[in-house]
Unconditional design. Structure first.
Length: 322
């Protein structure tokens, strides 16, 4: 992606994330008070630390996940030679959508793919997640991002992205006849492996997607469903994940510094405990497109499952006992 475009996208997303985070925090603090708000933050960071051991956390890792969704979606668009035109539209079912990282990443990938014109772009996405809070945060960030990039004077190089975002259709209810993907970014853990595999198997039978796209941490590769669990699909690996987007998130990092100071003031006794010793260094690291290498890093792994040949228009017919 053109560096000038990346810089403007980073600036707009930085504004959207920092505004959303600040709004959520101030609202939460006014409701429960400083002490309980600090305890809630510490609990949230303890959840993030579960990534070190491969546990299933409740966390918000927006910028790196968007980067991951962007790089994998772009490769899949190139692999399938799909231009998302009205002749070859795309429908994506985002399983375990979290804070809508796939929605952001796919929009950026389509922008890169179509180049300078979006006159005939046709994309729809259905986002599903068990966490109502995470999805609500994602929609708030999306709303703020759309408002931000709507300022053409401030973001003169984002015309194509603006058009792609305007073209995106959500939760289309009619029968969809274009190419379908199922995406599942960082949703599989030891705790939910069997259930996720079962649900993905059921989704592939129902939707008959051309591709099933999954990512996870590299140490959990063995938890990814095998192609045999997804019916007539063949598994492939991506050559790269999280490589393309760069740039600082200055306002988001400024907010993290404020959170750090707030915790020092309100919960120093909790921060002194050994199990919480990582929190202040973690907050100093800041938000970035690429996760910082270090003791808590574990590179993401991306795979996709491609449908083998042509299957029935109604995959449920495959259940007939003859």
């Amino acid at each position: 992606m053109n560096q000038v475009v990346v810089e403007e996208v980073t600036k707009a997303l930085d504004e959207a994330i920092s505004k959303t985070a600040r709004h959520w925090f101030e609202e939460h603090k006014s409701t429960v008070g400083d002490s309980r708000a600090a305890a809630g933050l510490i609990h949230g960071y303890q959840e993030i630390r579960k990534l070190v051991t491969g546990g299933m956390p409740v966390y918000w890792y927006q910028a790196p996940h968007i980067n991951m969704a962007y790089t994998t979606a772009l490769q899949l668009l190139e692999q399938s030679a799909l231009d998302c035109s009205t002749d070859r539209p795309l429908h994506t079912y985002d399983f375990g959508c979290g804070a809508l990282a796939t929605q952001f990443g796919l929009s950026l990938a389509v922008t890169e793919r179509v180049g300078s014109t979006t006159d005939s772009v046709d994309i729809s996405i259905k986002s599903v997640d068990e966490s109502v809070v995470m999805e609500a945060i994602g929609w708030r960030v999306w709303h703020e991002f759309r408002l931000e990039i709507g300022n053409k004077a401030k973001y003169p190089h984002l015309d194509v992205l603006r058009q792609v975002c305007e073209s995106l259709v959500f939760n289309r209810s009619v029968q969809y006849t274009g190419e379908t993907w199922v995406t599942a970014h960082h949703v599989v853990y030891q705790e939910n492996h069997a259930d996720v595999t079962k649900q993905l198997s059921e989704l592939t039978r129902e939707l008959n997607p051309q591709y099933v796209l999954m990512t996870t941490r590299s140490r959990k590769e063995d938890l990814l469903p095998q192609a045999s669990a997804l019916g007539m699909y063949t598994r492939y690996s991506f050559e790269r994940v999280l490589t393309d987007l760069r740039g600082p998130f200055e306002k988001t990092n400024g907010f993290r510094a404020e959170i750090r100071d707030f915790l020092v003031t309100q919960a120093q006794d909790q921060l002194d405990k050994s199990e919480n010793s990582f929190i202040l260094p973690y907050l100093r690291n800041g938000t970035r497109w690429i996760l910082q290498q270090g003791p808590y890093s574990d590179p993401p792994l991306g795979v996709y499952y491609e449908r083998d040949g042509q299957t029935s228009d109604n995959p449920l017919e495959d259940d007939l006992p003859f």
